[in-house]
Ligand binder design. Structure first.
Ligand code: SF4
Length: 249
């Protein structure tokens, strides 16, 4: 990673995100963010205490940057890193059950070179796809506060701006990501979100002039995948549609 600047306030997040010239710079700056006291405490506590099965590992314990090529046509927007997944491994959706489901689907769709994602150095590479979260630090109970979401938004908005030249489709995993898209749309594309906002749903699609297509997908959480609310076939359908909309199939 490049040299990064520390961000300790919302104003610094906004300034440093805006100043990031490319994705490597953005990723480096994100990883040095300390602007949300509650989330900083939580991510570091989780990293210090650790889960028994990972006791021998050194947790990342930092904000988790996006992952994937800088010329992505498809963006997958999640909620936030998992405490013992991305917050442990340092790569989004890596090392947890949600990632197992997501990357298996991306591999079936031809968007990942392997079906598993277990560590940051496992050789995984995405094709045409970049994954990032609306909030970059693991939150307690997977629930960021509205103020934390808003503080973190400039990282998301800048990331979208940097891949805007090639971005064609955004897949929002869950209602939180869906809601986070509207301010990003206004900030990154100058497109005014519809009023009222289109409702989130699995398979929902929003087409707006001058903006990427938006697809809704149930989040790949265990709550959804273990109960059958979200099946592999449903994910295959979403990523197949995303590829077609992006001109990749
Ligand atoms: S959630 Fe975002 S803004 Fe808050 S500390 Fe983490 S990276 Fe920084």
């Amino acid at each position: 990673m490049l040299d990064a600047v520390l961000s300790r306030t919302p104003d610094e997040v906004a300034a440093h995100a805006a100043a990031a010239a490319d994705l490597p710079a953005l990723d480096a700056h994100v990883a040095e963010c300390f602007a949300c006291p509650r989330l900083v405490s939580w991510r570091e506590e989780v990293a210090a205490v650790r889960r028994a099965s990972f006791r021998e590992q050194t947790y990342w314990g930092r904000p988790v940057p996006g992952f994937g090529p800088d010329d992505a046509a498809i963006a997958i927007l999640g909620l936030a890193p998992a405490a013992h997944g991305g917050n442990r491994t340092g790569r989004i959706f890596t090392g947890d059950r949600s990632g197992d489901v997501l990357f298996a689907a991306l591999h079936r769709a031809g968007l990942a070179n392997q079906p598993t994602s277990v560590s940051a150095d496992d050789g995984l590479a995405l094709k045409h796809t970049r994954i990032f979260a609306a909030v970059r630090c693991a939150p307690p109970d997977n629930k960021p506060l509205p103020a934390e979401r808003d503080t973190c938004a400039p990282w998301l908005h800048r990331e979208l701006s940097l891949i805007r030249p090639t971005l064609r489709v955004v897949v929002a995993l869950g209602a939180f990501a869906w809601a986070a898209w509207w301010p990003a749309l206004a900030a990154g594309y100058g497109v005014r979100p519809p009023v009222p906002r289109p409702a989130f749903g699995h398979g929902a699609q929003v087409s707006l002039p001058g903006a990427p297509e938006l697809l809704g997908c149930y989040h790949v959480s265990q709550q959804n995948t273990f109960t059958g609310r979200l099946t592999p076939a449903m994910l295959d359908d979403v990523f197949g549609r995303a590829k077609r909309l992006a001109g990749l199939a």
